[in-house]
Design a protein around this ligand. Sequence first.
Ligand code: MSP
Length: 510
Amino acid sequence: MDRRYLTTPIYYASGEPHIGHAYTTILADALARFFRQEGHDVLFLTGTDEHGQKIQEEAARREVAPLELCDQMAERFKAAWHDLDICFDRFIRTTEAEHVRVVEAFLQRLLSRGHLYEGSYKGWYCVPDERYWTEKDLGPGQTCPDCGRPVREIEESNWFFRMSAFQDDLVRHIEANPDWIVPEVRRNEILGFLQKPLGDLSISRPKSRLQWGITLPFAQDHVAYVWVDALINYFTASGALPSDPAADDPGWEDTAASWWPADLHLIGKDILTTHAVYWPTLLMGVGLPLPRQILAHGWWVVGDTKMSKSLGNVVDPLQLREEFGTDALRWYLLREMPTGQDASYTPERFLTRYEELANVLGNLASRVLSMTMKYRGGVVPSAPGSGLDGAIGVTLDRVEEAVAAYRVHDALGAAMDLARDANGYVEEREPWAQAKDESRAEELDETLASLARVLVVLTALFQPVCPDRMGELASRLGLAGVPTLAEALEVDISGNEVAKGSPLFPRKDR
Ligand code: MSP
């Protein structure tokens, strides 16, 4: 069976899950579900990023030990993902013993291959972003050019990774693999960045400044830079655990038994450089294959500004979920944002998207189920039910093509169009008129059977975005669970007893 290993970023354990985290994770979840439906064996990884200055300072502020804060926050993220129906296979925490061991082995191997050296660093540091900046990068009034918050001046001894030595190889890799970074605008951004000489990367912090991190195995007075520690999580979770950091350990050379390399790193565009420059060069340093693809999505914005906790303009996804349900939130986030672009959150757009669910999909289900109750005693009639086969075929092609290109918003748009076509079919066939005329009994059977069949296909198509409601609809159609797409096309539901139930997506007042 074909395998797919996909990852989300691991989120800082210093703050609550918010809509930005939820978006990346729901996107990964929907893709994981589409891949499983297509019959792939999937490893879907998410987790928390638990070391570094940001965590150390937040723990101090709350007067708790850093690990205690991380324990609490890891549970918060897991609970949020549970509430949002995220079906991850592995939740990694960077404080796990297994991860610590892999990071140590990774760094030791970089050292033994001659890619690390000791030096001194003088410059500026943004704690919220955990990023170094040089004087000329800074924004007005000595602020971070990325997030606008104040930076700190730092002068200290650091260990450095000879990242500059891999610049040419990286450029060649990106040029030879046009789809390695998608969308193209992000690929061009990185190629542009790589036109300037690449510096070396500071990979450690002296313990005099930061204690909360993984101690370098060869320098007890330093901890690993949190981004290096964090990126390695993708390798740790692949299970390709080299038992010995020695250069000739077979664990490094043979990753075939593990999930490495990852097929897809899903990230936000703000963390592209770390994933498309630091990470691949580090992997080249230890001699591991590179991830197959990086997809950088856009931001949820309010007006022109990124939604972020520090800007205080964040929408609490869990609040929307309480009002509209998990599936409605997932639908909004995935249908509204074209993968790769920014999207603006507004309550009006949320309602408009919700109404699509209620008035098109929900309405279709309710009409079909109640007509089956009313005209055929709740039993799906036995008839070919091929009235919508043409529309189904077109939809499946559109969905397959869109998912392959990660255009999840288009895949969902295609699925909703099928529900629209099915509503059109109801209007056209007028089952209420067919029911009035005994001589048209066969026509009515065909209408109801076609509609029941399209509902089965819709449960499969909407399952990656609305797993809860589609589970409910499948059970109302007398099915044991939501079928895969292939099963949905095969299943014969004539004779099934259906149940009407309350609206799948209750109407909301504007
Ligand atoms: N810990 C690092 C990632 C390490 S991965 C090896 C980190 N964590 S984070 O908690 O800041 O979360 C980052 C993720 O949330 C990114 O994918 C980022 O783009 C996403 N979002 C944060 N705010 C966002 C929006 N307003 N809109 C969409 N996603 C944004 O960075």
